[in-house]
Structure formats: C-alpha cells, structure tokens
Ligand binder design. Sequence first.
Ligand code: AMP
Ligand code: MG
Length: 494
Amino acid sequence: MKSLEELQFHNTYARLPDEFFNRVTPIPLHNAHLISFNPALAELIELAPDQASRPEFLEYLLGTKRHPGMEPLAMCYSGHQFGVYVPRLGDGRAILLGQLKNSKGQSWDLHLKGSGPTLYSRGADGRAVLRSSIREYLCSEAMHSLGIPTTRALCLIGSDEPVYRETVEAGAMVLRMAPSHIRFGHFEYFYYTNQHHHLKTLADYAITTHWPELTGREDRYLALLDDVISRTARLIAQWQGVGFAHGVMNSDNMSLLGLTLDYGPFGFIDTFDAGFICNHSDHHGRYAFDRQPEIGLFNLTCLAQALLPLLAVEPEQAAEQARALLGEYQQRFLDAYHVIARRKLGLREQQPGDELLWHDLLNLLQQQADYTIFLRMLCDFDSTTGAANTPLRDRVLDRAAFDAWAERYRQRLQAEQSNDQERCQRMKQANPKYILRNYLAEQAIRAAADKHDYSEIETLLDLLRAPYAEQPEREKYAAAPPEWAQRIEVSCSS
Ligand code: AMP
Ligand code: MG
C-alpha cells in the first residue's frame, strides 16, 4: 500500500494528438472538505486508506498539488442528445487527472467531476452540486455491488462554494474511477469533423489499451464494434433486470467499455411501471425504462456510423458489415435479459414458455406492486400448498390474476423438480433486497445539505455493498417509498 507521495501517475490520453483534449487546471472549491472516502477503491490503486485523513489528500487528489505524471485534461467529444446531434460537447465539468496502474497491471482513470469550467463548458459553470454528487457516489457503488458494470468513485468532496441551479446549492466533486472514460461520442466527434485519421488513432488507442487481443488483426475495428454491441446489450439487460433507468441515455453518456456512466437523473423503479420516466426533463419519455433497449441500439448505430470509415475501404461494404452486426444486437440483448429473468424466477432449466411467464409477471406487477419487494418475496414462494403465499398475493390488487400466474409458476417449478429451499437461496442472489431508492438518497442528501450530517451517506454505502444479503437491523431500508417521497423530482440540472 502506497502513500500519496508514492502514487505514480501517468496519462496515456495526454500522449494522443492535441485535437483529443484540452489541458486544464482544476479550480478548487471554497473550503473543500472530504465527505466520504471509499477504501475499496483505494485498494484498487493500492493507496493506503489512512492517507485519506492527511491534509494533503485533497491537495493531491483534487489536482491542486500536482503529482509528477499527472496531466489534467478535459476530453473532447460530441454526441446525440435526445436524438439530435450536438457537434461539440466534451468534459464540460470534469477532468481526467491522470491514470494509475496497480501491480496487477490494471490502469485506472482518475476523473474529477465538478472541477470547474473547461474549454467544453459551453458557458456553464463546470460545477456539480452536492445533491447529484451524493447520488452518483452512492449509486455507482450500489451498481457495482449489484454486479452491474459501472464507473465507481474514490471519494466525495463537499464545500461552501455556492452553485446556482434552480436554487443555490453547495458545490461538490466526485473523484470517479474507471478503466476508461471513452464514450461513443468520442468517435462521433472525429467522424463528423472529418478527422478520420484521428478516428483511427482513437480506435487503435482503445484497442491497444482495452482490447489488446485484437491488436494487429485486420478486422479489429469490426471486432471492436462487435464487442461493444455485446457489452452494451448485456449492460442494458442488467439495468432492466434490476429496474434501473439511466435517464439520459445520450450517446455521449454511453461508455465504450459498457459501463454505466454519468449518473444524473437516474432512478430505480418502485411500483413497477414499464413506462417509468425518471428524468423530469424528459417530456416525451425518450428515455423511459422500457425504451432503454431500443435506445441502446440507437446509440450503437451512432457509434457504428462513426466507425464506418474504419470498417472497409468501400463505403457500401462498411455499411453492410455495420448493419449485419447491429442486426445481432436485439438477440444478444434478449438472450442476456432472459438469462436474468430465469435467474430471478429461480429457474435452472430453460423451457418453452419461460419468457412468457416472466412477461406475464411484469404485466401482473404493472402499476400494482413494488418491483424489488415483490421479487424478493417471490424467493420464498411456496410451491407445495400455496397457503404461505398470502403475503405475496396481498401485494397485488388483482388477486385472480395473481392466482392464475402463481399456479403456472408452481407447475413450472415442478417441471424441473425445483426444491423450494434451494431455489430460495439462489433467487436471493438474483433479486436484491436493497437498492438505492430515490427517497433513501434524498434522506442522505437532506441531512448532508441541511445539517452537514454525512452519517446517512456512510450507512447507505455500507448497506448497498451487500444488496443481496439480509440485513435484519436495517430492514427499514428495504421499504417502499413513504408518502413524502412521491414528490421528489430529478432532472438534468445537476
Ligand atoms: P450530461 O448529460 O450531464 O452528461 O452533460 C452533457 C454535457 O454538458 C457534458 O459535456 C457535460 O460536461 C456538460 N455539462 C453539464 N453540466 C455542466 C456544467 N454545470 N458546467 C459545464 N458543463 C456541463
Ligand atoms: Mg455526460
């Protein structure tokens, strides 16, 4: 384990041509202080956890005291926002401080969000508010513990700096970590600005760094696209499984590595609603929960379009190849999703009718029952007498529909000689008990913003590290939202 001084930064992104980024100095927040520190992430970069209590910690990791090798920069990208191409976006309020390699050879980007304006801020302040920083900090760790690929965060920093949104809020920063922060939009930028030589440089950089097994292959760009399609399909299947809505699935918020990226107005479904819209600014429901799989394909199509010049010399051939790969997306998504659905139902075998059984369950829950609570209770489903299923049955309004579905489920379980006890254990690994519901995040936000009380952040962080475990002393955190929480609104202004 290293001290702060022993961290050896480098930045391979800074070796790319000038058009890829803009060097920038992070601007500290007034009275910046450490709110929370994540030792699990310190371990990944082999930083001794006691270093977080040193006064130098913030100076070093907020980039005010420059480590040798640290080359803070804002990355340039563009992207499709709400379906419309925006020619220049880029890190408007984030900085890639540098990268750290651990002794396993894994490289981690240290990416500071809320660090002040950059060349790409488009007139905005380059800041992030405490509210959304707490949400990102907690949710990224929660997603990781749910087994969903995501960026994570080393620490959360608060301040007295006023930041102006709908109201005045406190400025904050999140120090994100991921193997890479490259987005689909990075490729779109070089494609639409006709810098196709840079497009190639970027793709080769991504391949060398993250897909070394493809290096030197003649069809490497096609293979890259192929893998990004698979990763994205799997990621979105996992989101659907856990009831997570991202909220702003613009192509600039899509990670090349298939990570959940840019937590903004995200939300977990409480009462199941396939058309759940978590982003208050999404008036047309473009990013509604049940549209995420198709939006995934839209974004992949944007990426494929941008990669066309690399796929083949003949444009028609390139387009043909891209189309063929994109054509695989839906099946890949469905395959991944149905594996998840079977695990959630506790089915070991794959049998005809399983998918229908799952979809009919969702129809049963629609606007009736809490998704997470119901599925967790389903783990204890009694497939023998059925008498023990009354609490589950009481969760839905349409009891007759429940009885019909439960009978089909019972028969299906019998068809594979399912053992209730054993199945229950397995199902509890697939149906989390604890998720970051909006109201839980809101309670932590209110205590932090109103009273500088950060204890709830730590409690949630600890709780959400074990989302599948029974945590009897924290039973209340598994509850559906209280009445007051119906009015929480989350939007893009963060
Ligand atoms: P988002 O949808 O939140 O990922 O943001 C879209 C784009 O706007 C990204 O390029 C962000 O860096 C930029 N952006 C968002 N909020 C701010 C802000 N407060 N200051 C500067 N840039 C911002
Ligand atoms: Mg973004």
